[in-house]
Design a protein around this ligand. Structure first.
Ligand SMILES: [Mg+2]
Length: 392
């Protein structure tokens, strides 16, 4: 073996911002002693101070690979899975065996039912880091390792309009349109007058050519989602996202089969098996893999499975430092059916300096880096915000 893995370090990165994710807290929403609050609109827990988990894997010869996963809730749980369990099955291994290592680690906990959740998040962080090392050793960007760069740039859609009223959300969207962005998505929990009024206002403001999607945050029954799609028809939603609870696959199929709009899902998936049970049932038209949950290996398997079924791929982009976003853009660039990628403008712009000049999104397009591996590393500014949880 040329250069085995020698060391793994796990960090929590402080990504706190003045305004919480999805905008200011609404009536009846408050932060508890542990720093969490629940959005009434989707009954989901968020931390007041955003954060993510970053791992650094180092080889015997000193090649460093970076990975990242979700750390927004109970980050030390995921960190401990990496430190206590995964590390002892990775150290001493050849990083070029990244995909077979991923499958071995997945197998370790299958019979106990750990086929998702925090366990797969931990795997995702390690997987991204091993792919990054593979790119650095081969001196190739990830997209080339994944079959080749199909896209030199990827259309970016402006996601979320975290303002307190409809007029201001419209103004925020217009300000992005003036910067060359013409694709948008609004989120149900922030649409205080309901999704029909929200899209109608945005359509009026942004004009006919804009693409406007609506994230329904798993809040509807299948029957109500179908009705809603008809109510929004005049304003031509680009797609409706996550209409029904994630476990209601039969309901999702009902919506996809009967709705006048395209249905997009996938941000919560960890593996191709999550994709398969929905795609096989023709329960969606667009898949939205999230690199922070899937890692490179599963992201590509989901993407290839979607392509084999002629579905569009519009990857999700969650709260992160830029490490998994860089990996996501590289993998997206290698997938022919990628038609756009989420752009979390209020995270991206504030933390762009965390990865130096490695990420670029201008005039409605992400540019794809040709640097080796995922193409980014933490800057000095990001390192100041990284707290070491442990190392092996
Ligand atoms: Mg969403």
């Amino acid at each position: 073996m040329a250069d085995p893995i020698k060391k793994i370090e796990v960090y929590i990165v402080d990504l706190s911002q003045e305004k919480p994710y999805l905008g200011d807290l609404k009536d009846g929403e408050s932060v508890n002693d542990a720093g969490y609050f629940v959005r009434k609109g989707n009954r989901t827990v968020y931390p007041k101070n955003n954060r993510s988990i970053v791992v650094r894997v180092t080889t015997k010869d000193g090649v460093k690979g970076w990975g990242e996963t979700y750390g927004i809730v109970a980050p030390k749980a995921t960190a401990e899975i990496i430190l206590d369990l995964l590390s002892c099955f990775i150290i001493g291994r050849d990083p070029l065996d990244r995909e077979s290592i991923h499958d071995e680690l997945y197998d370790l906990m299958r019979v106990r039912g750990y086929t998702g959740g925090f366990y797969l998040d931990a795997l995702a962080a390690v997987d991204i880091a091993l792919w990054d090392i593979t790119g650095k050793i081969s001196n190739l960007p990830l997209s080339k390792l994944l079959g080749g760069q199909t896209h030199a740039e990827i259309p970016a859609y402006v996601s979320g309009l975290p303002e307190n009223n409809l007029e201001k959300r419209g103004e925020l969207a217009l300000s992005w349109q003036s910067r060359g962005f013409n694709s948008f998505k609004f989120a149900l929990p922030a649409a205080d007058q309901g999704p029909v009024k929200e899209i109608s206002h945005l359509r009026n403001q942004l004009g006919d050519s804009a693409r406007i999607a609506c994230d329904l945050h798993w809040a509807y029954s299948s029957a109500d989602a179908v009705k809603l799609a008809y109510e929004m028809i005049e304003d031509r939603p680009w797609f409706l996202e996550a209409p029904v609870p994630t476990e209601d696959i039969a309901g999702l199929r009902q919506v996809a089969q009967n709705s006048v709009s395209s249905i997009a899902v996938g941000e919560e998936w960890r593996t191709v098996f999550d994709a398969r049970v929905r795609i096989d049932q023709e329960a969606c038209h667009i898949v939205q893999p999230e690199m922070g949950h899937t890692g490179v290996t599963q992201f590509m398997r989901i993407g290839r499975y979607a392509e084999a079924h002629h579905l569009e791929i519009i990857p999700h982009a969650t709260i992160g430092s830029g490490i998994f976003l860089a990996a996501s853009l590289q993998a997206s660039a290698a997938l022919k059916n990628t038609t756009a990628h989420e752009f979390q403008h209020f995270i991206f712009e504030e933390f762009q300096h965390f990865t130096g000049k490695g990420l670029a999104c201008e005039k409605g397009f992400y540019q794809i880096s040709d640097r080796p591996g995922i193409g980014v590393e933490p800057s000095a500014a990001m390192k100041k915000k990284m707290e070491l949880v442990g190392k092996r």
